[in-house]
Design a protein. Sequence first.
Length: 422
Amino acid sequence: MRDLLITGSRLADGSSGDLGVSAGRFVDVADLTDPEYIDADGLLALPGLVDSHTHLREPGREDAETIATGTLAAARGGYTAVHAMANLQPVTDTAEAAEYLAGLAARTANAQVIVVGSVTKGLGGSELSEMGLMSRSAAGVRMFSDDGRCVADSLMMRRALTYAKTFDGVIAQHAQDPRLAGPGACCHESEISGRLGLPGWPAQAESTIIARDVELAQLSGGRLHVCHVSTAEGVDVIRWAKARGVNVSAEVTPHHLYLGTREVEGYDTTFKVNPPLRTDEHIEAVRAALADGTIDMVGTDHAPHARQDKDHPFDVALPGMLGLEQALAVVIEVMLNTGRLDWGGLVDRMSAAPARLTRSATQGRPIASGEPANLVLVDPSARAVVDRDSSASKSRNNPYHGRDLPDPVVATIWAGRITHRR
Ligand SMILES: [Zn+2]
């Protein structure tokens, strides 16, 4: 791996200076040997982004995504690490499964893959998975989630929080009351769902589970992370819980920051996602919450699906959309360009906070001599029309196709290695 000399870039705090990279770390430029030059004049150098919520589909659905393609999409989006959700085939619910996934990633990944274990065996909701063994395995699992499904049983959730606390694990909940938003629910419950004749998914199906879970986090002293918060009511509960000192963090997806319920009016299943796209009042609430820190981080919920799983009537198609390649673009558009966040705030929400979630020693770190060389070079003013066919992902369910958005990522460097360069 050749040394790198990156010239002309600025950091998020406005300071500038050439950056040296050697043996996977930032070093003083005087210590470089025969470096490869990267001209970064006019670009921002930010710590590599970290995704708190990624579906890689391998093992099990390699036709939709593999670790190699998903992490290449991540690299193109400026990410140097992703948390790989457990709803794989087989489910990541044992130490062996976690180590197998970590081993696959070590051979094929273009970003660090942080393995997420399931909370319950087979995502079945009725028996805890081997969380302790997974945490002590070579995969070093720190986060557990049945994402895709809600841990609906209160006692199961209490036990999971209590158990994970013993090794500083975090339980990441897909907050969806399975009765209020039943299996068919696929559109935000509103005037639009009524008009379209689609089963409604009310905001309260999210907020009631969050309310229960923050109470259980307080009761157990465990650590709770709320996946993809999408409602004003959910935000209110989290704000209340944080004010009381509950150990809770939360994420919002790029699509819930940017896209609304009206996108589904054409019944285009690209826009079917769980939780569903919401109305303007909710979009405003999650933007404000990300700005003020009530929502700690951005998590993409990157969810690739093969065409045959999307090519169905709206209520039957699988939910989920891509996110890794356009997440930074969306956050720049709705948070930076509107003055809600500055670059330092963006770095916190997209790198430092998600790295803290699983106590990463190598990700979300500042750009400084001696630190791991995880870096994204950003052109803050470039724009482009998104083309789903130019994606690194194996899937094409890209909700930003055809939209004019920032096109910020010029290069991504993971552990000193160039994983993407425009
Ligand atoms: Zn989910």
